[in-house]
Ligand binder design. Structure first.
Ligand SMILES: C[S@@+](CC[C@H](N)C(=O)[O-])C[C@H]1O[C@@H](n2cnc3c(N)ncnc32)[C@H](O)[C@@H]1O
Length: 242
C-alpha cells in the first residue's frame, strides 16, 4: 500500500485557518478550484446552511453520520474533503468526535460555515483549509475518519482523489456518489451540457463504483456498509490492513 507522509511542513501562506478566522477571497487562489468556484458560491452555501438550520441533516447525510457513530467516533479526528458549510462534521463533533479538518477548493462556504460552527459552539475544534488533497496529499495530516459527501462526482481523477483520501484514513472512510446507470448518466450529461453552454468549466462525473472501491481496497480499506439510494449511493469502509 502506498502511504503519503505528512511532512508536517506549515501549509502555504494563508491556506489554513481555524473557523474563528475567515479566509479572504485571495486565499482561494492556493489551489486549482477546477471550475467549482463558478458553481459553488455564496448563494449555494447560504442555501445549504439555511436548509440545515431549518431541517437538520438530509437522509443521505444522516446515513453517513449514523454509519460513523455506530463504529464509535468518540475522541476521533475527522477529515472532511469538500465539506462545504460543514454540517456533517458539525454533527460528528456533536456526537463525540474530538476535532475536524475541512478541505475545500473554494472559500465561498467559509462565512456560512463559521456562523454554523459558532452557533454549535464547536468553532474552536474545526480547521478549514483551501487545499486539493489529490494534488498535494503531503500537506494534510491523516485522521481517524475521512468523509466525502457529494465530492468524488465533482472531480475528474477519482483514482487520485480516492487514493489520497484512503491514504489519510486511519480507521474509517465514508463517501457518497451518484449511481452509474443510464438514468444518472443522462442527467449528468444534461447538466454538463448546461455547464458548457453557460461557459462554466465545472463538470460532474458518475465514476464506476466498482473501480472506486477497488482504489480504496488497494489502500487497505474494505467495504462494510452500502446504501443504494436513487440519487446518492453511500459506501462505508473500514481499515483492515495498514
Ligand atoms: C457538490 S459540493 C458538496 C459540498 C458538501 N459536501 C455538500 O454536500 O453540501 C462538492 C464540493 O467538493 C469540493 N471538492 C471537490 N474536489 C475537491 C478536492 N479534491 N479537495 C477538496 N474539496 C473538493 C468542491 O469545492 C465543492 O465545494
Amino acid at each position: 500500500m502506498r502511504r503519503a507522509t505528512y511532512r508536517g511542513a506549515p501549509p502555504p501562506n494563508g491556506s489554513e485557518t481555524a473557523t474563528a478566522r475567515v479566509h479572504t477571497p485571495g486565499m482561494a487562489g492556493c489551489c486549482d478550484p477546477r471550475g467549482c468556484d463558478g458553481v459553488f458560491g455564496n448563494r449555494f452555501a447560504r442555501r445549504v446552511a439555511s436548509r440545515y438550520r431549518k431541517r437538520g441533516l438530509g437522509g443521505t447525510e444522516q446515513r453517513i453520520v449514523d454509519f460513523l457513530v455506530a463504529r464509535d467516533i468518540m475522541g476521533a479526528s475527522v477529515l472532511e474533503i469538500g465539506g462545504g458549510v460543514g454540517e456533517l462534521h458539525l454533527e460528528l463533533l456533536r456526537r463525540g468526535a474530538a476535532r475536524a479538518t475541512n478541505l475545500e477548493l473554494v472559500a465561498a462556504y467559509d462565512a456560512a460555515a463559521n456562523e454554523l460552527s459558532s452557533e454549535a459552539g464547536v468553532g474552536d475544534r474545526i480547521t478549514r483549509r483551501i487545499l486539493d488533497i489529490a494534488a498535494t496529499p503531503g500537506q494534510v495530516e491523516p485522521a481517524d475518519v475521512v468523509v466525502m459527501h457529494r465530492v468524488v462526482c465533482c472531480y475528474p481523477d477519482f483514482e487520485r482523489l480516492l487514493g489520497a483520501a484512503a491514504d489519510h484514513a486511519r480507521r474509517l472512510l465514508v463517501f457518497s456518489h451518484p449511481p452509474r446507470n443510464a438514468a444518472s448518466r443522462l442527467v449528468l450529461a444534461a447538466q454538463n451540457t448546461a455547464f458548457r453552454v453557460s461557459g462554466k468549466t465545472f463538470r460532474t462525473f458518475a465514476h464506476p463504483p466498482g473501480q472506486m472501491l477497488a482504489v480504496l481496497g488497494a489502500y487497505g480499506l474494505s467495504p462494510v456498509y452500502a446504501h443504494q439510494g436513487l440519487v446518492w449511493r453511500v459506501a462505508g469502509l473500514e481499515r483492515t490492513s495498514a
